[in-house]
Write a protein that binds this ligand. Structure first.
Ligand code: CP
Ligand code: NVA
Length: 311
């Protein structure tokens, strides 16, 4: 039986099988090729997509907007001060209203529970555009970029260095473990991922033939890596922890030394936005081993694939 994702939400990649993830990546590759050839099939004609943003965004917002335009849909941006969500109106009520008017709802915000409630009450597919806990559309773009650059996913070694318990680390760990990647988090023990999530990912890795490990020695972690990945040390909403994080994460900077230990074939990825001089040096970021702008572009192709698949 072929894969059919019609009507599905994407709240986390925990809910998606390996085959469903690969299906989305294959679709994203096709959509990317089509766009490069000037082919626009308008698969979302007469559809409307609500874009709720409680937190700021460049890539995610633009990816949804451009993907909608390419496929003939109408995107409606709803900033936190534009709507009543959670202030004057309950999430359940807002969800039921939006569900009567829109075909898809994207949500970027703080709480994963809000994202889940939007899906529960709206009855239309909800796509998680980042919460405090997860960033599944980012992880899809990451896998797409890794496959483009490395020609495979299974057996590839990916190391995430930095805040090992943030949304991007969580999403990447889930995604990598589902598809058979050997995934390592290099971070101080205090920033290792949540134990329950880690155990769950271990089970995914066992099933897919991948692996997942936690390592507080970054130089040890990056040996033989194919991909070195990092993210900001202080995520949106955690600004009060800035000074403490700088201190804790200084030894986990991705710099020229780390890239040379990793080996000459290792590439560099970052979800962006980047704070150069903190989690990555300007030199690594601008080097020929950095594919961060392919990765950013792939946000659009993968988000488009998710919308086309679920609508
Ligand atoms: N990577 C990412 O989600 O970027 P934005 O915050 O700009 O959307
Ligand atoms: N971890 C970062 C990701 C930004 C795309 C944050 O939540 O701010």
């Amino acid at each position: 039986m072929g894969i059919n994702l019609k009507g599905r939400s994407l709240l986390t990649l925990k809910d998606y099988s390996k085959d469903e993830i690969l299906f989305l990546l294959d679709l994203a590759d096709t959509l990317k090729k089509e766009k490069l050839n000037g082919v626009y099939k308008k698969r979302m004609q007469n559809k409307n997509v609500a874009l709720i943003f409680e937190k700021p965004s460049t890539r995610t917002r633009c990816a949804f907007t451009v993907a909608c335009a390419d496929e003939g849909a109408h995107p409606e941006f709803l900033g936190v001060s534009d709507i009543q969500l959670g202030h004057k109106e309950s999430v359940a009520d807002t969800a039921r209203v939006l569900g009567r008017m829109f075909d898809i709802i994207e949500f970027r915000g703080f709480s994963q529970k809000t994202c889940e409630d939007l899906a529960k009450y709206s009855k239309v597919p909800v796509i998680n555009g980042l919460t405090d806990d997860d960033h599944p559309t980012q992880a899809l773009a990451d896998l797409m970029t890794i496959r483009e650059q490395k020609g495979a996913l299974s057996g590839i070694k990916v190391v995430f260095a930095g805040d090992g318990r943030n949304n991007v680390a969580n999403a990447l760990m889930i995604a990598c473990c589902k598809v058979g990647i050997n995934f390592v988090i290099a971070s101080p023990q205090a920033l290792f991922p949540d134990k329950t999530l880690y155990e769950l990912c271990k089970a995914y890795a066992k099933e897919s033939g991948g692996s997942v490990n936690l390592e507080s020695d970054i130089e040890k972690a990056v040996l033989g890596a194919d991909v070195i990945y990092t993210d900001v040390w202080v995520s949106m909403g955690e600004e009060a922890k800035s000074a403490e994080r700088m201190e804790m994460l200084k030894p986990y900077q991705v710099n020229e030394n780390i890239m040379s230990i990793a080996g000459e074939d290792a590439i560099f990825l970052h979800c962006l936005p980047a704070v150069k001089g903190n989690e990555v040096t300007e030199g690594v970021f601008e080097s020929s081993r950095s594919f961060v702008f392919d990765e950013a572009e792939n946000r659009m192709h993968t988000i488009k694939a998710v919308m086309v698949a679920v609508i």
